[in-house]
Design a protein around this ligand. Structure first.
Ligand SMILES: Nc1ncnc2c1ncn2[C@@H]1O[C@H](COP(=O)(O)OP(=O)(O)O)[C@@H](O)[C@H]1O
Ligand SMILES: [Mg+2]
Length: 390
């Protein structure tokens, strides 16, 4: 494990692809550079993606696009750059959250992934397949078989029963009635809606309707599920239930998820990694702890300011270098232990808690270093603490 990157975790500046392997355990894993873009086997790979809306948008000089701000571009050409030179990769089975304020380009980005919106330039690979190369028929195939979308407004068909709504994608695909109903029943059961097969959408609460939306998306057994702010209109408690539902379903079905939200709590709960967009630009990609501990800029810092740090940050971010005089006979934790889960252990012992990975001492956590990091005063001795101990 490279710990040299501890100083710049989340150092992914504008446009830097965060292409780390989720769960790699390195704070810098989300920002390891362009080289990772060539990594084989990515579920989704996006390179230099642009979407410009407006008159003759595809004829704008790329140099102009790259050099001027969104406002200048609008002024000079009348066009809106909704997605600006975005690059990232999503690993199979990863939950990749895209977060940003309204208007930051999230919906445009996710629609470009299946060419529901035609990108202006750049590349998108889904499961290794260059989507720009697909003709209409193969594109339809991709949308029907490999991907499914869940929207905020559910998109349920009002005149169809719940069962037929869930079976809809399979019907479009030409599956027999027996096959599609069996599958639709199983999916309704999976999302906890046994017994509602015959109901109509109007009879459902918002949370239930969204469960139907989930079941419908899962019914086609897609490789990638795309969620565009699906829970934003739900009441907070129901919203939490639905987030739990997504987490549970993800454990059960293990699909790759791209989840769009403007809500940081939701992003932190769901995301293996979080990509933060501002004005069409991807300003940071990283694991939740990385983004919270090392926001790339003031915009990200504003987003993350009120996060309960003890719930998100890990021992890796609270540790300092072991120094001579430290009593190293106390307990130990793994570097990815969430601070909230180790705080009692730290409090109960005057000896520092050792942070150990693969029998290697990465650093120690003591009372002071925990308090410092929870208080948001940076990382005690990080950088030195990250150095391998010989
Ligand atoms: N069809 C369109 N034509 C022109 N401008 C658009 C269109 N769709 C989106 N935009 C603009 O692109 C920007 C990004 O929009 P969007 O992707 O919907 O953001 P988000 O989903 O983050 O709220 C916004 O400024 C929006 O007004
Ligand atoms: Mg949107």
């Amino acid at each position: 494990m490279s710990t040299a990157s501890v100083h710049v975790p989340g150092g992914s500046g504008a446009g830097t692809p965060g292409a780390g392997t989720p769960g790699a355990g390195t704070p810098g894993a989300g920002s390891s550079g362009v080289g990772d873009l060539e990594a084989p086997g990515a579920a989704i790979s996006v390179r230099g993606l642009w979407k410009v809306f407006g008159p003759r948008a595809d004829r704008i000089d790329p140099g102009l696009l790259a050099s001027c701000s969104r406002a200048e571009l609008k002024e000079r050409t009348g066009c809106v750059a909704a997605v600006c030179d975005v690059s990232f990769e999503v690993a199979p089975g990863e939950v990749f959250v895209v977060m940003g304020l309204s208007g930051s380009g999230k919906s445009t980005l996710v629609r470009c992934l299946t060419r529901l919106i035609e990108p202006t330039s750049g590349e998108v690979f889904l499961d290794g397949e260059d989507i720009a190369a697909l003709d209409e028929a193969r594109l339809r195939e991709l949308r029907r078989h490999k991907t499914a979308m869940v929207f905020q407004n559910f998109g349920l068909l009002a005149h169809r029963r719940v069962l037929d709504n869930v079976a809809f994608g399979l019907e479009v695909r030409g599956e027999s009635k027996a096959v599609r109903y069996a599958r639709a029943r199983a999916m309704l059961s999976l999302v906890g809606l046994d017994g509602y097969e015959g109901a109509y959408p109007v009879q459902l609460s918002g949370g239930m309707a969204q469960r139907v939306g989930l079941a419908r998306a899962l019914a086609v057994d897609p490789e990638v599920l795309l969620f565009d702010e699906p829970f934003s209109a739900l009441d907070p408690l129901i919203r939490r239930d639905m987030q739990d539902e997504v987490i549970r379903l993800h454990h059960e079905v293990g699909k790759t998820l791209v989840f769009i939200t403007h809500d940081l709590d939701e992003a932190l709960r769901l995301g293996d990694r979080i990509a933060i967009m501002r004005d069409g630009v991807l300003v940071q990609v990283g694991r939740p702890a990385e983004v919270v501990a090392n926001p790339a800029d003031e915009y990200v810092a504003r987003f993350t300011r009120d996060v309960p740090r003890a719930q998100v940050l890990t021992a890796r971010y609270a540790m300092r270098d072991a120094v001579s005089g430290d009593d190293l006979t106390g307990g130990s934790v793994a570097p990815d232990t969430v601070i909230a889960d180790m705080i009692a252990q730290v409090a109960a012992d005057d000896r520092p808690v050792r942070v150990v990975e693969d029998d290697r001492l990465l650093g120690v956590v003591d009372h002071r270093s925990v308090i410092r990091v929870v208080a948001g005063q940076g990382q005690a001795g990080l950088g030195q603490a990250g150095r391998p101990q010989s």
